[in-house]
Ligand binder design. Structure first.
Ligand SMILES: *[C@@H]1O[C@H](CO)[C@@H](O)[C@H](O)[C@H]1NC(C)=O
Ligand SMILES: *[C@@H]1O[C@H](CO)[C@@H](O)[C@H](O)[C@H]1NC(C)=O
Ligand SMILES: *[C@@H]1O[C@H](CO)[C@@H](O)[C@H](O)[C@H]1NC(C)=O
Ligand SMILES: *[C@@H]1O[C@H](CO)[C@@H](O)[C@H](O)[C@H]1NC(C)=O
Ligand SMILES: *[C@@H]1O[C@H](CO)[C@@H](O)[C@H](O)[C@H]1NC(C)=O
Ligand SMILES: *[C@@H]1O[C@H](CO)[C@@H](O)[C@H](O)[C@H]1NC(C)=O
Ligand SMILES: *[C@@H]1O[C@H](CO)[C@@H](O)[C@H](O)[C@H]1NC(C)=O
Ligand SMILES: *[C@@H]1O[C@H](CO)[C@@H](O)[C@H](O)[C@H]1NC(C)=O
Length: 536
């Protein structure tokens, strides 16, 4: 908890200097339907850190959001019709129920597909009082698992007097078990401020549309994957998307996965669709789901979730009306601190880093301007395969002070930049005609490898890079880098060898017996040396 608070404080500090720079912002209003700042919707509270729908998740989300966040609750109904907040129809997914009621799992059809698990319809709320929540994504910390109880939606509304968002994912299933979501939402909205009710089922929203027409609660149609079938109309979500006029007859907004707006291919961002503009034209608000800081997202954002959020709300053409996030502090900071900072959106990340650097120097009580060099690691290797021309160009345009080159030698003596001496690590050599060139050097690594010194430069150039299966990236040679690095940018080359080693390799590869141990020992025992190559 201490660590979290520290992080939080730093985050707020980072926010402050930028907030002061208000005069730098353009006066562009938000391009949301209402013109207001987009909403932050906290999925199950701060579910990126704590078990989804736990009191600590909701409490923390409320504490750290700079502006109001709406608390999202996935409603499930128990046998005795208690509405609880739980992220999945299968209680086995995010709770300790599999340990508590070992022999009470069942198999039911859900939208025609048999699912095995623990279903809320088989348990009373009293039964669930001894069941505790846990993280349902296995890459998240299990630290808070098994401590927090399942809460009723009513309790969540009481914990958090701010607005709630109820998501009704499976009305058809509950109807088959004689439980009414309609009755539940009508009853809870009498005592709690429910701002939005969403569902991926057309008939459910239609069944409550007239009831809510004159109320403050808005209805939102949730789109699932394009080729999935909507269970009550038997149309795919993709075909329903073409009929927004129809959606507008029973909902005032839509909730869509990120890719509906910014499609990705091989994790590279494609041009945006016109969905937001089309929906706004119909008078529909647009909310976007699937924002998580800890899963891969498009390389174009350089792993910076702030720039991802900003691409949805702060671009030249549109802004979505809200984002559904597992880490609500990030969009909250993005909207309140980093938005509308001018036309240089691609410079945003750099601005953030520079501010952080400045902040670091303030924190360490340095009065002088921080002298911190930014050194790339294999170029912008987070955005493109490391040591490729694209990666180096991006590193230079991102403002790196020094670009680096881990030097390897080819069999014809060309020094090239590659993050590993073993081509198997960084290229698709295994699927190439050179896959028979593997050899074993226990001094280098255990097992076989296909080493740079076994192939010529022109052979290595013909290999594909592993990321982005359909892309071909040019590998850089150290001489090619010199063209790229301007006088401002320095090139820093490292090799596991000095020039003596290079010639040793050279003579090694020209000998017929490359395994000759004397030759190889000399090769690996050289201390690591860094070569500084100067360019003008
Ligand atoms: C939830 O449970 C279902 C059925 O057991 C399973 O198919 C699904 O992958 C689970 N989801 C998660 C997020 O674990
Ligand atoms: C489940 O196990 C409990 C005891 O652990 C037992 O009392 C109960 O009868 C079992 N139920 C079924 C359906 O097997
Ligand atoms: C849904 O549509 C598919 C083909 O589009 C059809 O085969 C199926 O029978 C339909 N199901 C219902 C319940 O209407
Ligand atoms: C939109 O959907 C409604 C209801 O399913 C249908 O009557 C109408 O023909 C559809 N319009 C278009 C353009 O597909
Ligand atoms: C994302 O990056 C790729 C690779 O540089 C580029 O081709 C694409 O146009 C970028 N996408 C957007 C939307 O800028
Ligand atoms: C905005 O619209 C223009 C014209 O349609 C297009 O060229 C540009 O790529 C769009 N920008 C974004 C961020 O979608
Ligand atoms: C954008 O960045 C360029 C170069 O970094 C700078 O010259 C220009 O003034 C900036 N424009 C705005 C609107 O900040
Ligand atoms: C590897 O395979 C290529 C053709 O695919 C062949 O020309 C070459 O002689 C082979 N090399 C060895 C060492 O077997």
């Amino acid at each position: 908890m201490h660590k979290l608070r520290w992080l939080l404080n730093v985050l707020l500090l980072v926010c402050t200097p930028l907030a002061f720079a208000d005069h730098q912002r353009s006066s562009t209003p938000w391009q949301t339907l209402s013109g207001d700042r987009p909403l932050v919707i906290a999925r199950g509270g701060f579910s990126g850190l704590f078990p989804d729908s736990s009191s600590i998740a909701y409490g923390f989300a409320k504490e750290v959001s700079i502006s109001n966040a709406i608390m999202w609750c996935d409603v499930q109904l128990t046998k005795d019709a208690a509405g609880v907040c739980f992220p999945d129809l299968n209680l086995g997914n995010a709770s300790t129920i599999d340990q508590v009621y070992k022999n009470r799992s069942k198999t039911y059809p859900v939208n025609g597909v048999p699912i095995h698990g623990w279903f809320p319809v088989d348990f009373s709320f009293h039964d669930l009082e001894i069941v505790f929540l846990k993280q349902n994504l296995n890459f998240r910390a299990p630290y808070y698992d098994g401590t927090y109880p399942i809460l009723t939606a009513n309790k969540v509304g009481k914990l958090n007097p701010r607005q709630m968002w109820l998501n009704i994912q499976h009305d058809v299933f509950y109807s088959q078990h004689y439980l009414s979501m309609r009755n539940f939402v009508i009853s809870i909205t009498k005592s709690r401020h429910v701002k939005y009710i969403s569902s991926p089922e057309v008939d459910f929203l239609k069944s409550i549309a007239t009831k809510f027409r004159s109320r403050a609660t808005k209805l939102v149609f949730r789109f699932l994957e394009v080729d999935q079938t909507e269970p009550t109309t038997n149309q795919t979500y993709g075909s329903l998307l073409k009929n927004l006029t129809y959606i507008k007859t029973f909902a005032s907004g839509v909730l869509v996965p990120k890719s509906y707006i910014w499609p990705v291919e091989d994790l590279y961002l494609q041009p945006s669709t016109s969905l937001v503009l089309d929906a706004h034209k119909e008078g529909l608000e647009v909310f976007t789901s699937d924002f998580m800081n800890d899963v891969p997202f498009a390389y174009n954002y350089s792993y910076d979730p702030v720039s991802e959020y900003l691409s949805f709300v702060d671009n030249a053409n549109f802004s979505v009306d809200g984002v559904l996030s597992d880490n609500p502090v990030t969009p909250s900071a993005a909207f309140d601190c980093y938005s509308h900072m001018g036309a240089n959106l691609s410079q945003q990340a750099l601005t953030t880093y520079k501010t952080t650097l400045k902040l670091t120097s303030i924190l360490s009580f340095e009065t002088e301007k921080a002298k911190v060099l930014i050194i790339s690691s294999e170029g912008a290797s987070g955005d493109f395969p490391g040591c490729t021309d694209l990666a180096y160009k991006k590193a230079v345009s991102d403002g790196a002070d020094i670009i680096d080159c881990p030097v390897q030698m080819t069999s014809d003596g060309v020094p090239i930049c590659l993050g590993s001496i073993n081509l198997l690590d960084r290229t698709m050599v295994a699927n190439s005609e050179f896959s028979n060139l593997s050899s074993s050097f226990p001094e280098l690594q255990s097992g076989n490898g296909i080493y740079t010194f076994s192939l010529t430069w022109s052979q290595i150039k013909s290999l594909r890079q592993p990321t982005g299966a359909n892309h071909y990236f040019h590998q850089s040679t150290s001489s090619r880098l010199s063209k790229l690095s301007s006088s401002r940018v320095q090139l820093h080359a490292s090799a596991e060898t000095d020039s003596h080693y290079t010639t040793t390799i050279d003579s090694c590869i020209t000998r017929s017996n490359i395994r000759e141990s004397g030759c190889y020992k000399e090769f690996t025992l050289q201390p690591i040396e860094y070569l500084k190559i100067k360019y003008t």
